[in-house]
Design a protein around this ligand. Structure first.
Ligand SMILES: *Cc1c(COP(=O)(O)O)cnc(C)c1O
Length: 469
């Protein structure tokens, strides 16, 4: 039987020729073709015609090509979406990244003295200023920041980290506080209960083996009811009295007052927490701060200096692209220009603004075989920030007549610029809060393409015209 089918297996050359140029680099096309032919050889190859084989290979090649990292339109309404790359960078930060990327730069060079300089000294001192801290430093992400701090502070005789049972949390996929502690060589000393931990619980747990007190900001969930924990001030006073460091993992790292931006909860800022007497804080660069992926540590100069001397720090340090991007973001904040931070701009978009865009889009899409309506949405901050807070939003809602909503959703994901939507109440929804206004035209075109309808040549005019009917 093997013999019979082996004869009908085409050669690699013939298949490649029939495929012609593909989206994938040649070695990966070759690999896919080889693997498919091997499969046919093993499982019988005479069921499929040559053309079918080539077509299905072409589809496989395209599917593989679509798995590359690429830009998408985020219609989910989740502002800091970890699966979609968290915070998009603003123009200034993008320019800084691209300039640092394409040129030599002063990453570790002192222009005044013409010799080796400190790595990202300007960024560190300005981050410290922004956090109103004595000193600051940057590593790859907040997880790395926490590991570095834990490892340093528990590297001596004292290994115990005092932590409330209410803060033994899991942050995201594979990030569990107790496991991070273990990885760092720290010994967890749990205190209190899930819902209540008193200052006395902390005080009793502190002894000869205590290295530090850790606080983990409950960023991605929310507890209500019979709940209590000591205030930051009380805990800081205890830490001072016992002469041990108090460290807080803030997670989100909001620089602006979120409660003033929109009607959402207040997220503690690093400056506030440090003022209350916390020795070190760590937080992410790419959540509410709106920068590139980074972990920022800010607080006491003595501790930051010691952390920078840890040999392990070398393995956690950021590359020049991240540092250049973060430097631009920090500068924008210090200039009071948080309008340059897209995450904050999205949070602030008004319902009027979103409604106008939705109207324009819905009118412009009228020619397609679907029912397009405008609905109320609920955007989320996401990224494990402000779990209780939803932002009222506006959604573009589509009910196609010629296909299922699932099919439309899948076609939109397969477009030249994939559009990520969600389905609710039998409709396909695009939350316009997370779609940048400059993406409206692309969104329009992608919906047209999803229906297999030629994109009208006067797209721009259609979107404008509908604005003033
Ligand atoms: C998100 C988060 C982290 C992890 O941050 P990364 O920058 O993704 O490593 C750690 N702690 C808290 C409280 C968080 O919310």
């Amino acid at each position: 039987m093997k013999k019979k089918t082996a004869r009908s297996i085409p050669s690699v050359e013939r298949v490649l020729q029939a495929l012609g140029p593909t989206e994938l680099p040649r070695p990966s096309t070759l690999e896919l073709v080889r693997r498919r032919l091997q499969d046919l050889r093993e499982n019988g190859g005479d069921t499929e015609s040559f053309d079918d084989l080539v077509d299905s290979l072409r589809e496989e090649i395209n599917a593989s090509h679509r798995t590359r990292i690429q830009a998408v339109i985020n219609g989910t309404g989740v502002i800091v979406h970890t699966n979609l790359g968290r915070a998009p960078l603003g123009e200034e930060a993008v320019r800084a990244v691209s300039e640092a990327a394409a040129n030599y730069s002063t990453i570790e060079y002192d222009l005044a003295r013409g010799e080796r300089g400190s790595r990202a000294g300007y960024l560190e001192s300005h981050l410290a200023l922004l956090c109103q801290a004595e000193a600051a430093m940057v590593v790859n992400n907040c997880a790395a920041a926490l590991i570095l701090v834990l490892q340093h502070l528990t590297s001596g005789e004292r290994k115990e980290v005092v932590l409330s049972r209410g803060e033994l949390v899991q942050i995201g996929g594979g990030f569990r506080i107790p496991e991070i502690l273990e990885t760092s060589g720290a010994v967890l000393r749990e205190v209190g209960t899930t819902n209540r931990t008193d200052l006395k619980d902390y005080a009793r747990a502190i002894g000869k083996g205590t290295a530090m007190i850790l606080r983990v900001h409950r960023s991605n969930f929310f507890m209500e009811g019979f709940v209590s924990s000591p205030s930051t001030d009380e805990l800081a006073a205890l830490a001072r009295k016992k002469k041990i460091p108090l460290v807080e993992d803030l997670g989100s790292g909001a620089m602006a007052d979120t409660a003033r931006l929109a009607s959402v909860d207040h997220e503690p800022t690093p400056a506030e927490v440090l003022k209350r007497g916390v020795h070190l804080v760590c937080f992410s660069g790419d959540k509410l701060m709106g920068g590139p992926q980074a972990g920022i540590i800010a607080g006491k100069a003595r501790l930051v200096a010691a952390l920078k001397k840890e040999p392990f720090y070398r393995a956690l340090r950021c590359d020049k692209l991240v540092l250049a991007g973060l430097q631009a973001v920090v500068d924008s904040y210090l200039r009071g220009g948080d309008a340059a931070v897209p995450v904050l701009r999205l949070i602030r978009s008004s319902l009027k603004e979103l409604g106008d865009r939705a109207n324009r889009l819905a009118l412009a899409l009228e020619a397609l075989p679907m029912k397009t309506t405008i609905g109320d949405g609920q955007s989320q901050i996401g990224g494990g920030s402000l779990p209780r807070s939803v932002l009222p939003s506006i959604t573009l809602e589509m009910r196609p007549l010629s296909m299922s909503v699932q099919e439309l959703s899948s076609r939109l994901r397969r477009g030249a610029v994939p559009v990520i939507t969600y389905i609710a109440g039998g409709r396909l929804k695009v939350d316009l809060r997370t779609v940048f206004p400059h993406q409206d035209e692309t969104l329009f075109k992608e919906v047209y393409r999803a229906f297999g309808v030629l994109v009208p040549a006067d797209t721009e005019e259609r979107l404008r015209r509908s604005a003033n009917p």
